[in-house]
Design a protein around this ligand. Structure first.
Ligand code: AMP
Ligand code: ZN
Length: 114
């Protein structure tokens, strides 16, 4: 997807503040953080939303959670706790249509979210 912001980050055309990377996954700091640590974890493959995840993507989606676990440990809040969330579609406030986990940590988080 040439006009996708997160594909441009995955290809290196735009350079985000990277905190984790492997062959399939890239994670970088959110430009508008909602917690002391707010990281976005994306597959390098373009998938527009949860509604576009196919059965052959399920291993890849699992790798996003494996990255979240590793980054939480790296950032030092794995034991205290953290939140991982993926917005889907307009009602959830999805603004970038390339799936991404939000990893939020470093403060007490309230529930339910707004
Ligand atoms: P969502 O609303 O779930 O689609 O989340 C999109 C997220 O991308 C928001 O939290 C934005 O702050 C974040 N974002 C948008 N542009 C950038 C960028 N250039 N670098 C890092 N994060 C970004
Ligand atoms: Zn994309």
């Amino acid at each position: 997807m040439t006009d996708c912001l997160f594909c441009k980050m995955a290809s290196g055309e735009i350079k985000p503040n990277i905190v984790f990377e492997n062959d399939d996954v890239l994670a970088f700091r959110d430009i508008n953080p909602q917690a002391p640590t707010h990281v976005l974890i994306i597959p390098k493959k373009h998938i527009a939303s949860i509604n576009d995840i196919h059965s052959d993507d399920e291993t890849l989606v699992g790798k996003l959670y494996a990255a979240a676990k590793a980054i939480a440990k790296q950032e030092g809040f794995a034991g205290d706790g953290y939140r991982v969330v993926m917005n889907c579609g307009e009602d959830a406030g999805q603004t970038v249509f390339h799936i991404h986990l939000h990893l939020l940590g470093g403060r007490k988080l309230t529930w339910p979210p707004g």
